[in-house]
Write a new protein. Structure first.
Length: 300
């Protein structure tokens, strides 16, 4: 329209827009997931570094391990092992536990944290074992995860360590270590479990999990990992990335101009601060050294 301030749009050329080319800078630089053979070789070296790898929870029966694993949520195995001896003596089986009350359980497990919620889970778990499984811990993933307070990780712990059924428990240590080394590339425990189980023989699932857990606690810590002590540091993706990043951040200090020193930073001269009695004393001395004023002549 005449007088319109809007610019006319250019006519379409009829050619489809060309996608930008992928360059080395835009291409993905994330390393590929290690193969099954590489994963098995890495685990063999970690087995040698942690030959004592197993669960650190103390138990003598599947029921005790089930209770201990529920209590270990948001707690440490050391703390749980301090609580369970007296607990197992008082509640050795689902029958004894099912007749307890939350008021009775809470003071006994308060040291493990979240004791109110855990006491309800334990009572619900005991009731379900009696009602659906005759008081026995089932050796089945679906049946275990149907119990109150039992998730996939807890079920895998009980299956692998107490019932002889291969399981791959994935906790925060396994999740971190597997991704760092490059034997898994996933953000959830379920995905990491799937990838590791696909790469390892079935009879290694439980010991592989225990090994990765101990490696995460002792060597591959969340902060300040002990990379020089790691048996697979040469194959570790995380260690390689940290080495590259560290080398890239090292910069050479610029040389100063010839004949001229570095200019000192600008600073203001220090200001004198009053020192209380000392300041008063200095003022009094100054007044004492000044000539005394003349007194006016009085009337006679």
């Amino acid at each position: 329209m005449p007088g319109s301030s809007k610019r006319a749009r250019p006519a379409p050329s009829g050619k489809a827009p060309v996608a930008p080319r992928k360059t080395a800078a835009t291409a993905s630089t994330s390393p590929a997931l290690k193969s099954a053979a590489e994963t098995q070789a890495i685990l063999q070296r970690l087995y040698g570094q942690h030959p004592d790898a197993t669960t650190e929870l103390d138990f003598t029966t599947p029921f005790e391990l089930l209770v201990a694993t529920i209590l270990s949520a948001q707690s440490s195995d050391v703390r749980v092992n301090q609580v369970t001896p007296a607990f197992f003596k008082r509640y050795p089986d689902p029958q004894r536990l099912a007749v307890a009350t939350t008021a009775e359980l809470e003071p006994q497990i308060v040291a493990t944290g979240f004791f109110r919620q855990k006491s309800k889970m334990l009572l619900g778990m005991a009731d379900a074992l009696l009602a659906k499984h005759g008081g026995q811990v089932p050796a089945d993933m679906d049946a275990l995860t149907a119990l109150p307070g039992v998730g996939r990780k807890t079920a895998n712990v009980v299956l692998g360590h107490a019932l002889g059924v291969p399981g791959m428990p994935v906790d925060r240590h396994v999740l971190r270590v597997a991704n760092r080394i490059g034997i898994a590339q996933a953000a959830t425990p379920e995905e990491v479990e799937t990838q590791l189980c696909a790469a390892l023989p079935r009879d290694q699932w439980t010991v592989a999990s225990s090994t990765l857990i101990l490696h995460g606690r002792r060597v591959c810590r969340p902060t300040q990992p002990l990379c020089p002590e790691c048996a697979v540091v040469a194959e570790c993706v995380f260690a390689a990335e940290m080495h590259t990043a560290g080398a890239a951040t090292v910069k050479k200090a610029p040389a100063s101009a010839p004949g001229r020193g570095a200019r000192p930073p600008h600073t203001e001269p220090p200001r004198r601060k009053p020192t209380g009695s000392g300041s008063t004393a200095g003022t009094s001395a100054a007044r004492a050294s000044a000539p005394a004023p003349r007194k006016p002549a009085g009337r006679r």
